[in-house]
Design a protein around this ligand. Structure first.
Ligand code: DX5
Ligand code: ZN
Length: 218
């Protein structure tokens, strides 16, 4: 499954940009607060406007401090999935409970340097695990292949039934990197520049879906 990231879209044409990704599975919406990450994007009012016109469900990735305060609002607004950063949460399980109570799937994101082992005990309360394959903050960075060890571990725990999670990867996913991520066991691939930087986003999405499916079978 592919989730194009709106971060690489033309912000002056958000409605048209969502209409170009109808073949995607989720639309990835990167919220940054200039504190948790050194960049600032958009927040809840823009999410609500995009949600109203998006042909696919929204996947909100909150790169913000105090996610406990803001995450439920994105769920109430109709996001399919709301992901918070483990590094920003005092009590990840409480945030997951609030997101789920507000009607969305709850996601936990970990930065490239954050060990998965530190959060295994809270993952039963989450529906998605977002493994960051770049330092959060900017689109268009290079894929960090070392994080695939965490994907493999998560895949194994899901396949053995110890956890029930959608395993998602975010950062540097493109035609050169998606196969290794698929082989490691990713379910949901976020792709920003690889989709919105392409001449035709729909063709890019279809090509990535095909590549990932072939790599999983192989
Ligand atoms: C980075 C964001 C990503 C970003 C990915 O902090 O979380 O979602 O849009 O962009 P690409 O696919 O260009 O690396
Ligand atoms: Zn993201």
């Amino acid at each position: 499954m592919i989730a194009p990231s709106l971060l690489s879209a033309d912000f002056a044409r958000l409605a048209e940009e969502t209409a170009r990704i109808t073949g995607a599975d989720w639309l990835h919406f990167d919220v940054m607060d200039a504190h948790f990450v050194p960049n600032l994007t958009f927040g809840l009012p823009v999410m609500q406007a995009v949600q109203a016109v998006s042909p696919v469900p929204l996947d909100c990735h909150l790169m913000i401090e105090n996610p406990e305060r803001w995450a439920p609002g994105y769920a109430e607004a109709g996001a399919r999935n709301v992901t918070v950063h483990a590094e920003a949460c005092a009590d990840p399980r409480a945030v997951a409970r609030d997101i789920r109570a507000a009607g969305a799937l709850a996601g936990l994101a970990i930065k490239p340097g954050t060990p998965l082992e530190d959060y295994l005990d809270v993952l039963p309360d989450f529906d998605t695990l977002l493994v960051m394959s770049v330092e959060p903050g900017f689109g268009g960075q290079s894929f960090i292949a070392d994080v695939l060890a965490k994907v493999r571990t998560a895949r194994r725990l899901v396949d053995t039934g110890e956890l029930t999670l959608i395993v998602e990867i975010d950062g540097g996913i493109n035609a050169d990197t998606i196969e290794q991520a698929a082989e490691a066991g990713v379910d949901m691939f976020v792709a920003g520049s690889a989709v919105y930087g392409a001449d035709d986003p729909a063709t890019a999405i279809a090509a990535l879906q095909e590549q990932a499916a072939a790599a999983m079978q192989g």
